[in-house]
Design a protein around this ligand. Structure first.
Ligand code: NAP
Length: 332
């Protein structure tokens, strides 16, 4: 079967981050299913892994990508959750099934081979059913970005104000979920064109964080006392503005650490009487609950661009450029 792998050599001319490879088709062991992969999607983590800049050591030759969808092609002994022909999606934490975050387990794309391949054999417990109304390309966007957004937005309801930072995968899903929940959404972004896209997706106001570096005060004014929930994407580089933006007693859901900076002033944070909550994607049971809502509302993920499997290296380059809104997908 055809796959792509990371750091297989010195990289390709032109900055290629993944290289093609051939592997035997795996056979499912007891409790495993063999999935014919139909689509996969990229997250910020995948770029760091492919570029050798991730916080966890990744062995050369690892097949990248945590997120994928496909069709069950064969089942091993004792499989009961899925049958041949079922449409399935990966989970980001393959061993976190429900309850509180248990501890870091092995993840696809780092300690385990990932989804940028034609076939993958894996524990049936680490898969969920794909929502019927979504294409494989759409379903492949859900495991990391959508579930992270779902966790970050959980508890937000009608009348609440939510701040999302930027127009990447997590933020756009957070905007969509918050709008479904009846909340008002304010977004920050870096360009007028992206501001127009975010407005079309339902943001009531968009602040350009480049031309308004003190955007926290602006968000506070727009939301009449501050955002009840902030989906924190920038981390150390944006937390200080997020503290300005958050309402008294509100919550900052700490998702990313994309922007370098000095972090936060504890005293200012303390004076907001706000909560800082770290997010680690979500469990399989969270994923299934999210999928029910996605199916009920026939929500469609926002896809920036779909690349054919053979052009996976171009998908990574496109993702790196940052000129996108929403998700970058590979169709297998
Ligand atoms: N904790 C978790 O469970 C979890 C799960 C998934 C992802 N993450 C992390 O969350 C972050 C976002 O992931 P993603 O997949 O959505 O990434 P992405 O699709 O690459 O989106 C990144 C977006 O961040 C925005 N951005 C960058 N610097 C910014 C700044 N200083 N202020 C405001 N916005 C800024 C940009 O928006 P504009 O282009 O609009 O300016 C960019 O499009 C990454 O750090 C990722 O590692 C964490």
């Amino acid at each position: 079967m055809r796959t792509f792998q990371v750091r297989a050599g010195d990289g390709l001319p032109g900055g290629g981050l993944v290289t093609p490879a051939e592997r035997p088709v795996p056979s499912p062991s007891a409790g495993e299913v063999l999935v014919r992969v139909k689509a996969s999607s990229l997250n910020a983590r995948d770029l760091l892994i492919a570029a050798g800049r991730y916080s966890v050591e990744v062995p050369p030759g690892r097949i990248p990508l945590s997120d994928g969808s496909g069709v069950v092609e064969a089942v091993g002994d004792g499989v009961s959750r899925f049958r041949v022909g079922d449409r399935v999606v990966s989970t980001f934490h393959p061993t976190w099934l429900y309850g509180r975050f248990p501890a870091w387990g092995e993840l696809h794309g780092t300690q385990r081979d990932g989804w940028l391949t034609e076939y993958i054999a894996l524990d049936e417990q680490s898969l969920v059913a794909a929502p019927d109304h979504l294409s494989f390309e759409e379903a492949a966007t859900l495991p990391c970005a959508a579930l992270t957004a779902w966790s970050a937005v959980s508890g937000v309801g009608p009348g609440d104000a939510l701040l999302v930072q930027g127009s990447g995968g997590v933020s756009v899903f957070a905007l969509q979920f918050a709008r479904l929940a009846g909340a008002r959404v304010v977004a920050t972004t870096s360009s007028g064109e992206k501001a127009r896209r975010l407005t079309a997706l339902g943001a009531s106001d968009v602040v350009n964080y480049l031309s308004t570096p003190e955007w926290g005060a602006r968000v506070r004014a727009l939301t009449d006392g501050g955002a009840d929930r902030v989906v924190e994407i920038g981390g150390a580089g944006t937390l200080s503005q997020s503290i300005d933006a958050v309402a008294y007693g509100g919550q900052i859901a700490l998702v990313g650490n994309l922007a370098s900076g000095s972090g936060m002033d504890i005293t200012r944070f303390f004076r907001r009487a706000a909560t800082l909550r770290s997010i680690s994607v979500g469990s399989r049971s969270d994923f299934e609950r999210m999928n029910k809502v996605i199916a009920r509302h026939r929500l469609r993920p926002v896809i920036d661009r779909v690349f054919p499997f053979d052009e996976a290296p171009e998908a990574f380059s496109h993702f790196e450029k940052g000129s996108r809104v929403g998700k970058v997908v590979i169709s297998h």
